[in-house]
Design a protein around this ligand. Sequence first.
Ligand SMILES: Nc1nc2c(ncn2[C@@H]2O[C@H](COP(=O)(O)OP(=O)(O)OP(=O)(O)O)[C@@H](O)[C@H]2O)c(=O)[nH]1
Length: 387
Amino acid sequence: MSVITGFLGSGKTTLLNRILKDPAMADTAVIINEFGDIGLDHLLVEQAEDGILELSSGCLCCTIRGDLVTTLENLLRQIDNGRRDKLARVVIETTGLADPGPILHTIMLHPYLVLRYRLESVVTLVDGVNGLETLATHEEARRQVAVADRLVLTKTDLIESAEVSAEFEELKARLKGLNPGARVLSAQTGDATPQRLFDAGLYDPATKIPDVAKWLNDEAYIDHGHSHHHHHDSENDHGHHKGHAHGHSHGHTHDVNRHDDRIRAFTLATDRAIPASALEMFLDLLRSAHGPKLLRVKGIVQIAEDPSRPVVIHGVQHVFHPPATLDAWPDADHRTRMVFITHDLPESFVSQLFDAFSGALKTDTPDPQTMVDNPLAISGFTSPIRG
Ligand SMILES: Nc1nc2c(ncn2[C@@H]2O[C@H](COP(=O)(O)OP(=O)(O)OP(=O)(O)O)[C@@H](O)[C@H]2O)c(=O)[nH]1
């Protein structure tokens, strides 16, 4: 399942309209609000039922009937009844100012849908001409960029003057600052193909084998770290971070970029395994106490009890997929590696919390027992240390 988001008028409908015709969209169900918006006349509609149209490309175009859950259930029912043989993926277009969070909530917190759908890609469209201004003035737009797996630049054909093209370069630098790991595609050059847009999940769609390096893309955070100053102070440096990157692009436009300082992109890497229950506690605490500050979390984690089988974690805002255990490490690198994009949540806080739970105690940092026993701590937690 993938979600297409982007600011008002960023070109979502235009992009969808183009990709619906692509044979690579066969067996994909695209959920939109209204058929009228997308102008399907030219797409040779073959059949209509339950608000679902089958296009000549083999793509299904669905309007929301009732609510999103009902629409997603209807699609599953068609497969389960044998009325449809295959549904490779679902793409949901969010409307207007949409925050993809509630849509992802709906699916990942639904007891049945979560068993049948897996989040593949969050695609965010960014207007190549107005994007810089939108990012400067709208918090929502910055968050949309920060949660993305793929960023698509639209309207680049309208860039004519040198001034606009300088702004465009600046826009690209800002996007990189906000979300170093997201692949950037261009709607105009035709590189925003369905495959590039949507194959952002952990599992290769053809082989079903997890591709951790591509999915996590933590290398991008490290490369990105060079040209920026670090808020990092030595007190917080535990020496296990592989790279640091901060969500802002510095340079000649401090004014415009100052908002980005609130969004941070960073990695956390360590050789130290964490007990399974402590990982659960770490994620629970992050999610329940700081959920709104998490924009995106991905990671592969070494578990103390079963170090040869890593656990994959994945969250968008405070919604986390149930962690999945892989049969083996994908390569020789067996370190825990996590990438975080946060809003008003500093790297040092996350790394200290992880250290506390993974047992790297320092005299001046909280240990998990005190965090749990602390009367000021969030209620409802039990000790991660059993026995
Ligand atoms: N020149 C140019 N115009 C574009 C491009 N993409 C979209 N547009 C135009 O921008 C306007 C808005 O595009 P839409 O595709 O409707 O944008 P949207 O994101 O679906 O808009 P909302 O549904 O209102 O949020 C339309 O007039 C499009 O024709 C592009 O790449 N180049």
